[in-house]
Design a protein around this ligand. Structure first.
Ligand code: ZN
Length: 478
């Protein structure tokens, strides 16, 4: 990876737009701040990441089950969780140009450690202490007002048909895990799981982020992959260590270099938390949080029990012990993971002819397109027909792309940039002499005769493979 490339972020953003991974939302209307759309290859990559996560967190685990809870929930849930009262960011507004910036980010930029969890008084004291050094990123003046806490929950008018402002607002969920907590009892009562067990969920969440920065790293609408694990209080920390190791291994198994990952331990814990670590990834803008792994104690179930009036204790069927399970969680955003894997995969390298190529060296199981099929030339109908036959034969097994645009070199460049592991080219040798088919059939008559070249994305080596063996060849490779 080009760690020292100061342009890397711009290059990734440009590639995402150029090749259809990520588009700014509502672009023809001038854009919509802090929201992004996934393009044709972005959605494939995101789906592959979610598939791998689900495989790791549900399929491979007998003690974890899945869930898909709704985005809208009873408003009391957000009171119980503490989001209505305390889910806020410190907001500072420049008096000169009215730019709003997160006060903790402003402090961070001048090397002062701040925390979004600080109270309004605490952060104002710290802000005042350094006020003379805090510069507005927009206009350059040093004239910020008082820091105010700004709630991140996004309100809606769901079910409120009269515009009555006295009705308790309904929120778009600020995190997916609340849907897990409130279904804990349903899952226990309807499945065979027993403590310790986990519930995993992938879904959208919404936060009124003040400043969304760094592309898809922080967005107002985003998708989370969360797993909440319910344990006996005595085992919370043992299970926590196991979960940390398991999640770390996830990234290594998907080919991330360990040097690009590190642990960050939270120093300022919320009052109920036992321990909190983040897995940080070395993004183009430095090491930042990729995934949070936290030991939350019995806070979540206790709060929901208190606010709902429903007992959420667990009765151990063996020991008859009754207790409120403690929760450890793993939480990661799809967009953030996507950006991390794009960063990891992005390579610029010189080819033998001296030209540079950009290639996404994504693990094969993450690559949006697995195989691209080309006719060597577009204006030779017999090549195009044969290439179509090959394409039709492969597409039921893998996501394939047929491409007859431009010359082969241009097509390779395109497939390299979207990370396609293999390109199959149908050329004159495929349809002409040297046809290895035993019955000597005419070109085009029998679809499974002839050979094609298969080019490997990473080595750029080409080899000839008989069409009859192509499926088996890719079954072994992919
Ligand atoms: Zn300003």
């Amino acid at each position: 990876m080009a760690e020292k490339d100061s342009q890397l972020m711009e290059k990734i953003v440009a590639l995402c737009k150029r090749r259809g991974f990520v588009f700014p939302s509502s672009e023809i209307y001038g854009g919509f701040a802090a929201v992004y759309d996934l393009g044709p290859y972005g959605v494939e990559l995101a789906n592959a990441l979610k598939r791998e996560w689900w495989k790791y967190m549900v399929q491979m685990r007998e003690d974890i089950v899945g869930l898909d809870s709704a985005i809208f929930m009873h408003p009391k849930i957000w009171e119980a969780s503490g989001h209505v009262g305390g889910f806020s960011d410190p907001l500072a507004e420049c008096k000169a140009c009215h730019t709003r910036v997160r006060a903790d980010h402003l402090l961070e930029e001048i090397g002062v450690v701040a925390d979004e969890k600080m109270s309004e008084t605490e952060i104002n004291a710290l802000f005042d202490e350094h006020r003379q050094n805090i510069v507005c990123p927009k206009c350059g003046k040093k004239d910020f007002g008082t820091v105010k806490k700004f709630n991140l929950l996004v309100q809606s008018n769901l079910g409120n048909f009269t515009g009555d402002t006295s009705v308790e607002p309904v929120y778009l969920r600020g995190e997916t895990c609340q849907g897990i907590y409130v279904n804990y009892k349903n899952v226990l009562d309807s499945t065979r799981v027993r403590v310790p067990f986990g519930i995993a969920q992938v879904g959208k969440a919404f936060r009124n982020e003040i400043t969304a920065r760094q592309f898809i790293f922080r967005t107002r609408e985003f998708e989370q992959m969360e797993m909440q694990y319910f344990t006996h209080p005595d085992n919370e920390m043992t299970e926590y260590e196991k979960l940390r190791a398991y999640r770390w291994q996830f990234y290594l198994d998907l080919g991330m270099k360990e040097e690009n990952l590190r642990w960050h331990k939270h120093e300022n814990l919320v009052f109920y938390a036992k321990e909190a670590y983040d897995i940080e990834y070395q993004f183009p803008f430095g090491f930042k949080e990729l995934e949070g792994i936290h030991a939350r104690g019995d806070y979540d179930l206790t709060q929901h029990s208190k606010f709902s009036g429903v007992a959420l204790e667990y009765l151990d069927p063996q020991t008859n012990e009754k207790y409120v399970p403690h929760i450890i969680e793993s939480s990661v955003g799809v967009g953030r993971m996507l950006l991390a894997f794009l960063t990891e995969a992005y390579v610029e390298e010189a080819m033998e002819n001296g030209e540079m190529r950009t290639v996404l060296k994504l693990p094969k199981k993450l690559a949006p397109v697995k195989i691209a099929v080309f006719p060597l030339m577009k204006n030779k109908p017999e090549l195009v027909a044969k290439a179509q036959e090959v394409f039709q034969a492969l597409k039921s097994e893998w996501l394939c792309e047929f491409d007859d645009n431009g010359n082969v070199g241009k097509r390779y460049r395109r497939q390299d940039e979207i990370g396609t592991p293999y390109c199959v080219t149908v050329d004159f040798d495929t349809i002409g002499a040297g046809d290895p088919s035993p019955d000597g059939a005419e070109a085009g008559d029998a679809p499974l005769t002839g050979t094609v070249t298969v080019r490997d994305r990473d080595t750029m080596q080409q080899e000839r493979v008989p069409i009859v063996e192509l499926k088996q060849y890719f079954q072994e490779k992919l």
